[in-house]
Design a protein around this ligand. Sequence first.
Ligand code: G3P
Ligand code: MG
Length: 239
Amino acid sequence: MKTTAHRGLSSLAPENTIAAFELAVKQGAEWIEIDVQLSQEKVPVVIHDKTVNRCTNGSGAVAEMTIRQLKALDAGLWFGEAYRDECVPTLAETLLFAQRHHVKLNIELKVYKGDDIKLLCQQVKTVIEDVDVAPDQLLFSSFSTSALQQMQHIMPTVRRGQLWQKIPDNALSLLDDIEAYSVHCDYRFLDEATARTIKSKGYQLYCYTPNFPDLVADYWDWGVDMMITDVPQDYKVAS
Ligand code: G3P
Ligand code: MG
């Protein structure tokens, strides 16, 4: 059974930190999912929420904070004393980690209201090229079809996965337009017929974020390829 460590091994370490990525690698992860957005000076950073409030000891919008301000925050203490001094990683640091450990990255392009999608994509592309990561080590995903279209245009060699909570009726034409590799959907909204349709068209089908393997036991038979989960350690290893 294939899994992606969602935000790193986020059940055992603070999400989207190097500590969580290290634990994922230790646990044998082939894939890690991360969330990427831009700092005030347009540096891609790895953090999920629009603000730093939930996952750091600071407060404020990520997009309004400089790298220096973000790096000064503790991104581990909220999870547990053992993770004091973890910091918000940049995308560059995370790509270097992935290269060093031969782990693949599902880069989720986070787009919040008012974000400049073109700029986000351009900045992500620049960092990937600077670090010189092989395209087959990466997969872009986003709820924003525009972000995926932009990546299709400026970085066509990196695969693209469309994120949807529920797969819409017009999914196939949208997927065709962006030449998608994969569909990533909320497991709670997936049914067998839809799964089989997506698979019959040759797309990879991923589900987020099933944290109890029993809940999705049938989904493998439907053709689902990957579970993006906080608890990859609870799934049987792919044979
Ligand atoms: O990429 C799958 C999943 O991470 C999408 O939702 O909110 O956890 O980023 P979210
Ligand atoms: Mg995500």
